[in-house]
Design a binder for this molecule. Structure first.
Ligand code: 4NP
Length: 158
């Protein structure tokens, strides 16, 4: 079976996309699909390259039994378009930046991650960086929802 490669992209790669990587990785593992689905994350900005996820993201995720501690931030590279089948942006601004970098040869899916969510009150995963704890809980709620949708989409398309 072909390996499906998924890349989550936000701005800093320390809050939203590492959370998405951790949640989706866990779901993939629980479903026994880790040999056919690979998961990574990146940021469109380079400010935090090499850093661990934000301690608030790690703590909120740990409360729901997701471990983000092994992750280190990296910047999105144009070469990622050659590597990944799904490039999923956390918000419209990141999606717009990615669309400008997209080579015409890319045949995968580039869209908003929340396109796969069941709830429809958010299109973007709101940036929690300058906000309080409720922002980090909302990020996890949205990401858990969209992760379930993404996995069933991949299941029915491979
Ligand atoms: P992320 O959140 O894009 O979800 O990782 C942010 C992290 C850092 C900054 C902004 C957003 N920053 O301005 O440093």
């Amino acid at each position: 079976m072909k390996t499906v490669k998924v890349l989550f992209v936000c701005l800093g790669n320390i809050c939203r996309s590492p959370t998405a990587q951790g949640v989706f990785e866990t779901l993939v593992k629980h479903e026994g699909k880790q040999s056919t689905i690979q998961v990574d994350s990146a940021g469109t900005a380079a400010w935090h390259v090499g850093s661990s996820p934000d301690p608030r993201s790690m703590a909120t995720a740990a409360n729901r039994a997701y471990d983000l501690s092994h992750q280190r931030a990296r910047k999105f590279e144009v070469s990622d378009f050659h590597e990944f089948d799904y490039i999923l942006a956390m918000d419209a601004e990141n999606l717009s930046n990615l669309k400008q970098l997209k080579p015409s040869s890319f045949t995968g899916t580039l869209c908003l991650f929340l396109d796969f969510a069941e709830r429809d009150d958010y299109r973007d995963v709101p940036d929690p960086y300058y906000g309080g704890d409720t922002g980090f809980e909302l990020v996890l709620d949205l990401i858990e929802d969209a992760s379930r949708g993404l996995l069933s989409h991949i299941d029915s398309n491979t």
